[in-house]
Design a protein around this ligand. Structure first.
Ligand code: FES
Length: 574
């Protein structure tokens, strides 16, 4: 029973005085659980995405133990279960292909089991949105605890950041500025503790997004994975989820339109990843919250960019935590946010962050002295991207934000790798690099290929950035003048498919325009001649994915997974 006398969902399993109750309780007792655990107390599922092939989440078993302490303390009954896990640095062809599969796993695992509330343990990029998407389609009380970032990388006396410095070192190696020996030494200096990427990449961004949405307790995004305070926070989450069950504080009561607007604005303030766009659109789609691609542009035009973290700035997540973390940012944003939005603490955003203090104004700037204003995501339109494309302004080169250049086209990633360093490649720094067939259906899975490496001969000349355009995503740790998420994608005949070497392309970020300067009748001729490629697979999940995945402007979820199926107790199993 909940405190208000409401019968809990778990009683549908453990409350029966019949064969069904006997079966559900008896087999659970083989783990040594005494009969009092089945007396109607809240049953809390702990969704654990720990895996040795997801190194960023490999420590989550310890986090789960801390959550359990909190659940026991509050009088609940914690039951941990494994979920699919998506290891960004290991999985091929891309974790994004499997985000929706993991979300299905999480959704069905929650609904099929006797849970009254859930704690979601995640960390690596896609594991956070996948768990929230799945949980949203069930809509029980839910609280997120991310695993926290790694400690700062340390290489020869200086801090180095996940992803961001890998791209830099790799460019240095290819340009002959770094020896292979040094490069390999740096590899061992980068990832030196448990946790996820410690730049403001996608994992840190999504951890911040769930905190901004009100789903993660305040401060949870930035505490390093190995800091004892993460485990204290996890214990609090275990205690709090039991109370949330009593309050019937379901996920849909937290994830309102206001909460999504807060997350979008916070993403601009932290210089967060463009990947937040597809993930927030997908989560909103599970709850019927109307969110459009344009919201990621018009909502942030007055938002100050405050957080000086790589890849857009200098510092790393450990510094962010010591400076005060996300509560400082949200307090600084103040009335730019919906301060009355409800969070999992049972308090509002304003109440959660009231006591936050900024301990380092070089890491977290003030609203009076921001890095700049309105420099988050820009959503582009034009004949090259009728359904939109995005560019992260804070990571781009200002001089390239208005640019007209000759297209150098790569038909797919294999074509790019084959020709990129060829001395005969007809390219200079004024060109626009175009990559096709890297979208949701085309790759499949919309991989993080959008920050195309620059040709070696240009790196050797000292070129550091060029305009690049694709239907891919890019790692949240990446930087450059990179136009991403072009929709519709090239594999389904979007205009990107029609671009040819030598075409002129115009990018004008200020007027949100991306234009292919080719006459309409010529484009019509090319469209007539265009033929789709054969799908990457004729069977299994990949086939299902290709047949049903939505385009980038709609969040790249599977069409039939939008919405939810609720938390009704399913039919008997025996
Ligand atoms: Fe897992 Fe970056 S690779 S968070």
């Amino acid at each position: 029973m909940a405190g208000n006398g409401r019968k809990l969902r778990s009683s549908g399993w453990f409350g029966g005085r019949d064969m069904h109750g006997f079966i559900h309780r008896s087999w659970m007792k083989n783990q040594g659980f005494g009969p009092e655990n089945f007396d109607g107390r809240p049953v809390i599922g702990i969704a654990n995405s720990a895996s040795e092939v997801t190194p960023c989440n490999a420590h989550l078993d310890r986090v789960a133990e801390a959550v359990k302490r909190g659940v026991w303390k509050a009088g609940g009954f914690p039951l941990e279960f494994p979920t699919m896990s998506l290891g960004e640095p290991v999985m091929r062809p891309t974790t994004m292909l499997f985000r929706n599969l993991m979300a299905m796993d999480v959704e069905e695992s929650i609904r099929a089991n006797p849970f009254d509330g859930v704690v979601l343990l995640c960390g690596c990029d896609k594991t956070t949105p996948a768990q929230v998407m799945g949980a949203a389609s069930v809509d029980l009380p839910a609280i997120v605890v991310t695993g926290g970032p790694m400690l700062n990388g340390k290489f020869r006396g200086r801090d180095i950041g996940s992803g961001t410095d890998v791209w830099r070192f790799t460019d240095d190696l290819r340009a002959g500025r770094m020896s292979l020996e040094d490069y390999l030494e740096a590899e061992s200096c980068l990832s030196r503790s448990a946790g996820h990427c410690m730049t403001m990449g996608t994992a840190s961004t999504m951890a911040s997004m769930v905190e901004a949405l009100g789903l993660q307790p305040p401060g949870g995004a930035a505490i390093p994975a190995v800091d004892s305070r993460r485990y204290a926070l996890a214990e609090y989450a275990g205690t709090r989820i039991v109370e949330m069950v009593g309050e019937d504080l379901r996920l849909s009561k937290v994830l309102t339109r206001d909460a999504f607007e807060n997350a979008i604005k916070v993403n601009a303030a932290i210089g967060g990843s463009t990947n937040a766009i597809v993930h927030l659109l997908a989560i909103a789609g599970r709850l019927g919250v109307q969110l459009r691609l344009e919201d990621f542009d018009h909502l942030i035009r007055d938002v100050p960019f405050l957080v000086n973290l790589q890849p857009s700035g200098e510092y790393l997540m450990e510094d962010f935590y010591y400076a005060g973390g996300l509560p400082v940012v949200m307090k600084e944003l103040g009335d730019i946010l919906h301060e009355n939005a409800l969070t999992v603490t049972g308090r509002t955003v304003a109440e959660n962050v009231a006591a936050a203090a900024n301990y380092n104004q070089d890491v977290i700037k003030t609203r009076a002295k921001p890095i700049n204003v309105g420099a988050g995501t820009a959503v582009l339109r034009g004949n090259l991207c009728p359904d939109g494309a995005v560019i992260k302004q804070s990571a781009a080169t200002p001089a390239l934000m208005q640019h007209r250049g000759r297209a150098v086209v790569f038909e797919d990633i294999e074509d790019l790798y084959k020709r990129l360093d060829s001395p005969g490649l007809d390219i200079d720094e004024s060109c626009v690099m175009v990559l096709k067939n890297a979208g949701p259906k085309g790759y499949p899975g919309m991989p993080e290929l959008g920050n195309l490496p620059l040709p070696k001969k240009l790196l050797e000349k000292g070129v550091e950035d060029m305009v690049r355009i694709s239907d891919a995503r890019m790692s949240g740790t990446s930087f450059g003048t990179v136009v991403l998420h072009v929709a519709p994608e090239s594999a389904i005949g979007g205009p990107l498919a029609l671009v040819r070497d030598g075409d002129m392309i115009e990018l004008d970020v200020a007027s949100r325009r991306l234009h292919l300067d080719v006459a309409d009748d010529e484009l019509a001729r090319r469209r007539q001649a265009w033929r789709p490629r054969a799908p990457a697979s004729e069977r299994g999940y990949v086939r299902l994915y290709i047949d049903h995945v939505l385009q980038a402007d709609e969040g790249v979820d599977l069409d039939f997974l939008r919405g939810g199926s609720g938390s009704e107790v399913p039919r008997h199993s025996h």
